[in-house]
Design a protein around this ligand. Sequence first.
Ligand SMILES: [Fe+2]
Ligand SMILES: [Fe+2]
Length: 397
Amino acid sequence: MTERAELTPLDEVPPINPEVDKALLPQLTDVAIPLINRHINPARFRDPALRDEFPTVTTYMGDNSDQWTPALMVPWTVGQNFAPNYDWHKDQDKATLPQAAVSALLLGLLTEDNLPWYSETINRKFGGNEALNFWNRIWTGEEDRHSEVMRAYMTTGRLVDPVQLDRDRMAQIITAEVPEPPSATEAFVYVTIQELATRISHMNTGKLIADTVEQDEAIVRLSKDGTALASVEPVKADSLDPEHRESYVRQVARTIMTRIAGDENKHFAFYRDLTEAATQIDPSTVVKALEKQIRGFQMPGTGIRDFWTHAGIVAEAGVYDLEIHHDKILSPVLKRLGFVSLEGLDDEAERARERTLAFMGGLKKTAARYAEQRDERRAAAADDPSIIWVGKPALAV
Ligand SMILES: [Fe+2]
Ligand SMILES: [Fe+2]
């Protein structure tokens, strides 16, 4: 197999033929409609009469029993007003979070904040397809909940300076630095990878924050349908002693991040199945798209102020790192698509597959090396109170 060092540079790999790319999209309409119906409601998906019926706003609003409301997940009683000339300090953080948790939440929120541009890009790539256009609107509405609930949580918990947070949001929107896959096929391959990556990083963020405290079902119980924090009202955060209040704020983070990760998982399933369907229709084009998006993958938040500093901290804490990227995201996606054994590829796609597998081999080695060094740093920090380590306050408890 080709060694990674010998791989053809990505920018020298021929682009996907625009005509072939354009021809693939209409063929996915018949697949997209049942996938939207499944997303809306499994019962609707299973009913043959409704499965292939084009969904509407009315069916979405009526059928989607899994809708949740950010306002019902936020621990409002923890909050206090910000005086006009307030002065924010890190020690006001009601959850006393480690830096890695704050960095993970910041990256998660500011990445979600760039939603207008993701919607715009998806619309530009898929917009000519009526079904995918409708899906994009559903997806946009659901994604918007994520930034809403995370911002409310972070502001209520006084985790960061709210004015700085809003400036960072504005910078994100104005800079509009978002991934720009050059073809529709690459776009749905990209979002497949990205939704799964987001699911895992949100989930791990919740764990990093809450693993330090006993989960107390009585105070963070969800409502029966899982759409709200059932006991926000009985918890008067003002009357909790600081230790219990901190525990409460941390546990709520896990509940919120798990809820968001659930959405990302459903989005991932939609795009993955779309990619799978495209693979049945035109495996060569999908393989070429996979090579480009796997070898050139970047998370969507690169325009965030101090992105690489926060990304390094988050990797160090094990929320999202190369090993997770390889083992939990890229490998499962390739496995699901039967990448290694796909048949009927043209010559260029065969070469693309070979290069992708060589890249994956190199990535695994690099990831393992990094994880080993990180584990050594983590162990040293755990044994020595004088060593500062980004995830330490969470891990040390
Ligand atoms: Fe999201
Ligand atoms: Fe999502």
